[in-house]
Ligand binder design. Structure first.
Ligand code: 4GY
Length: 241
């Protein structure tokens, strides 16, 4: 998958792309990130990319000319949708990550200062928000999207979840995990996980997922794929279905 990132700070991406799973995805040719410096498209003699807001007020606004030219540069290379990272966008979810992971190539536009000139929306295909808070720029949000999408690309993870397992665990929080030692500071690993009884382990994990979701994020249960056995378990815990 190819991401074209339009940014004033391309160096910010280097650290994220040169570590761990994203690094390996780049090396394996599963991920390519083209970093495009918006400033390179400025036609201003001082290479300016921002200007004062009409009507007054604090801060600066990203000028339309460099943004239009940078976006047109990307779009001249194919039918590539451009998504703007902004708190006004549709909230980014695992479902959205899954949809994006099926695409060949997308562009991510990172804003700064007070945002972009409103006329730039004419050449933007969508707006994505990673949550209801305000960052200093769109770069960290773009990295979040790249990270969440890349781990869903075929061949990136060494132990991927199957599509069936994934849909089964959608909207449920993860069950608790343990590794060695069996006893740490007096705290034991649950006996069932040492039993070797795979059916029992699967049931315990499912119930823990349901229990933790009910406790911490009951709102998620409405969207989860629940079996009759799941519903019975939740009703016993006091959840109304
Ligand atoms: N939240 N989700 C976000 C953000 C920074 C001013 C517009 C977010 O995606 N992006 O907070 N972005 C702002 C900074 C210009 C983008």
């Amino acid at each position: 998958m190819i991401f074209d990132v339009l940014t004033l700070f391309p160096e910010m991406f280097e650290c994220v792309l040169s570590h761990s799973i994203l690094k390996r995805a780049v090396e394996k040719g599963k991920l390519k990130v083209n970093l495009i410096n918006i400033r390179d498209f400025s036609k201003d003699k001082h290479k300016r990319v921002d200007d004062y807001p009409y009507g007054g007020g604090p801060g600066m606004v990203m000028m339309p000319q460099p943004l239009f030219d940078a976006i047109e540069f990307v779009k001249s290379q194919g039918n590539i949708p451009v998504y703007y990272l902004s708190p006004k966008g549709k909230i980014f979810t695992q479902e959205m990550a899954r949809e994006l992971s099926k695409m060949k190539r997308i562009a991510l536009l990172c804003g700064h200062y007070e945002g972009i000139d409103e006329r730039v929306y004419a050449v933007i295909d969508g707006e994505i928000s990673i949550g209801d808070f305000i960052l200093t720029g769109g770069e960290l949000a773009a990295m979040v999207v790249i990270d969440a999408v890349t781990r869903l690309i075929d061949g990136v993870l060494s132990h991927p979840q199957s599509a069936l397992e994934e849909s089964f665990s959608d909207y449920l929080l993860e069950y608790p995990q343990y590794t060695r030692p069996e006893v740490f500071r007096g705290m034991r690993v649950p006996e069932v996980l040492l039993s070797g009884n795979h059916a029992e382990i699967a049931r315990w994990r499912r119930q823990k997922s349901l229990e933790i979701t009910l406790l911490k994020r009951p709102d998620l249960l409405k969207k989860a794929n629940l079996t009759e056995e799941d519903k019975k378990f939740l009703r016993e815990k006091g959840y109304e279905i």
